[in-house]
Unconditional design. Sequence first.
Length: 412
Amino acid sequence: ASWHELCLSSKRLLKHLLKMFARVVPQGLRSSRMRVVAGFAPARQALGSRTFAFAAAGALGGATLLATKERQQRVPQCEGNAAPSKGNFKVCVCGGSGGIGQPLSLLMALDPNVGELSVYDLTIAMVPPGGVAADLSHIEKNVKVAGFAKSLDQKAVDVLGDCLKGCSLVLVPAGMPRKPGQTRDDLFKINANIAKEVVEACAKHCPDAVVALIVNPVNSVVPAMAELYKKKGLDPKKIVGVTTLDCVRANKFVGEITGVDPDDIEVPVIGGHAGVTIMPVFSQDKHAAKIPASQIPALDKHVQDAGTDVVNAKNGKGSATLSMAYAGARLGKAVLAGLAGTPTTECAYVMSDVESDVPYFTSKVTFGKQGVEKVHPVGKLNKYEEERLKEAKAALKKEIQSGLDYAKETSL
């Protein structure tokens, strides 16, 4: 072919790539990508049309490829048939100044379905929630961020109207950590009252919001708060226990053993969210199922004890905050995707009838436009898992009962 023909061919390619560029690059990214195109002008004058046509086509093609890849990476790593449409949901992080709350607030501010973010914490928090909000307000996202604080002598229900009104999702990484020598029941009595104050405010100001609790012990706190919602005449399935970190850990540990990318692994974790109630179902993932049966008990225990491993690695000066924030944001992303019209599935601890002898249970949950849309059965288990399920439920029943007893003695 002549130079003239090649030049025309390259120009047609460039025109095609420009059209592709406009189609695949999200509007919010075009300003930065278009600087690439604008930078072609002096090059065109210096190189001449023929050479410029080849160079521009290659550079623009590369930019388009990067933009396409960037957009693909934005698709949530959850089940669902399509990426969620852009929403404009209001989300609140209660405990937003803490070790989990700050990174969780950041991750939610980055979620394309979040248009407004409230960061709430106590006035005694080491970092004022207003400061966290000011920090987050500088990131390059179209999200409005505001901070809200409450003193100890104030009631959340009285002062959090502006913070919670209009919320579709409330994430609650709150409560005290378990201290050495402290029983789970002692911890429950303290944290149940902390959770109750937030849940009471949600019941008044955003009763239709999904309230995702990261408050230990989750196995007892979630039943207590869900039963209080039920007594109030509200939907108890709006109360969701965040157990996603167990799935995240199981996927990661299986990836380390098999050499498979954790993004391609999906191990359901059923039961509850503490000790032996954490039950990874390795047989239901095609990669984990290849791990020799002799290694499964140790891997199972590794997932159960992973939180303790982090505490020990931090020399008792902290717990799993960053990974918990990541897991909480993953659950939050699934909830918002469902609300936006893309049913999305994650494991979560909710009111459930999938196991007839335990009224609250962790299994796969599909989130839709109203929140919890479907609670899935546990599926097929192998013999080891059948025995583990018996063990998990025996421990879970006692912890659920603590929550039910609490709800009987109090009201919102």
